[in-house]
Design a protein around this ligand. Structure first.
Ligand SMILES: [Zn+2]
Length: 340
């Protein structure tokens, strides 16, 4: 089996072409050159890149790779938490690593030192870049100048001024959600109240047109929890440090209000006062704590309903609760809760 070259790059076809050309210059045959066609600069975190990288590692391990060429070694390292193991592996398998500046042999002390340094520097560089970007965003946010997406009910005119949606019905329906919550005390009750009275909620469709939809618990909560309705510009309601990957997609965690990075009050016309907004958040938190306490009673207990907390609904997959009225039975509350 002939030695095969694997090229990695991150830019454009032009760069791929340049790399291929470079490999040829270095004496490899065209048929032996393979381009890993992944935009490493952008897709560093995605599984496509990881697949390509795993494949590369496997082939280096098998001794099939003679040289890894990258437009910039730092870019390769930046996307790669396994940079040092890769250097070890390449050193052991006598696989060279090259970039625009030169060709390095990770099997030698000098090559390894240089590549190791390049990796370290790229880590620092990335850290600095991220920091600068975040600092820029934050200072803009602190001045309240960051142009944010607005929730239904707030619109930006051509001069960039934010005002309430001109449609009175839209305004009144959003105000009603807050009024009913303060009156009834739970999002679930607001939902039922809306449903019972056949009231819909305004949404924006993908063309930016107002459509009226039967509310769900998510829609009600979305209104109640959005600080923009209290007139506040808020930045950093989510945090990426708690990002988890469920089914391969990043899920970003929501911060509690006390950890929001920037809060600039009185930026938008308000549907509700800030004090009331804070009160609503506290009530929602209490309701949620109570709800999870009930949900997590997972231990089988005495009584007729032995499977309390251990039965899941076969239709929707949610945990079922026990009803003791009359005779004991298991009921699924999910649809009642989410759609009233
Ligand atoms: Zn169910």
């Amino acid at each position: 089996m002939g030695t095969q070259q694997v090229l990695s790059n991150q830019e454009s076809l032009r760069l791929q072409y340049a790399l291929r050309h470079r490999a040829q210059e270095l004496g490899w045959r065209d048929a032996d050159i393979e381009v890993i066609d992944a935009d490493l600069g952008r897709s560093g975190a995605t599984s496509t890149w990881r697949e390509g990288f795993k494949d590369l590692i496997a082939r280096v391990t098998l001794g099939e790779v003679g040289i890894i060429l990258s437009y910039e070694v730092t870019r390769l390292a930046r996307n790669c938490s396994d940079w040092y193991p890769l250097l070890d592996l390449c050193g052991y398998r006598r696989c060279l690593i090259g970039d625009r500046d030169g060709v390095y042999d990770p099997g030698t002390a000098n090559g390894r030192l240089l590549l190791g340094l390049k990796g370290t520097i790229s880590e620092v560089e990335l850290h600095t870049l991220r920091g600068r970007l975040t600092a820029g965003l934050l200072s803009k946010a602190e001045r309240g100048e960051l142009v944010q997406g607005l929730p239904m009910g707030l619109v930006r005119d051509t001069h960039g001024t934010v005002m309430k949606h001109p449609d009175r019905e839209v305004q009144e329906r959003i105000s009603l959600v807050f009024a009913e919550f303060l009156d009834l005390g739970s999002a679930g009750k607001v939902l039922r109240c809306f449903r019972d009275r056949g009231l819909t909620l305004p949404r924006l469709d993908r063309f930016g047109e107002v459509v009226w939809r039967t509310p769900t618990d998510g829609m009600i909560a979305g209104v109640l929890k959005n600080p923009a309705y209290a007139g506040a510009f808020v930045y950093g309601r989510t945090r990426s440090c708690e990002t988890t990957y469920a089914s391969g997609k990043p899920v970003t965690g929501r911060c509690p209000m006390s950890e929001w990075k920037v809060i600039v009050k009185d930026r938008y016309p308000a549907y509700i006062g800030w004090a009331e907004f804070e009160r609503i958040q506290a009530m929602l938190r209490d309701n949620h704590a109570e709800y999870s306490r009930n949900q997590t009673r997972g231990v089988p207990r005495d009584g007729a309903a032995l499977l309390q907390g251990s039965v899941w609904c076969g239709l929707c997959g949610h945990k079922m609760t026990v009803q003791y009225k009359g005779c004991s039975r298991y009921v699924c509350n999910f649809l009642v809760r989410s759609t009233g």
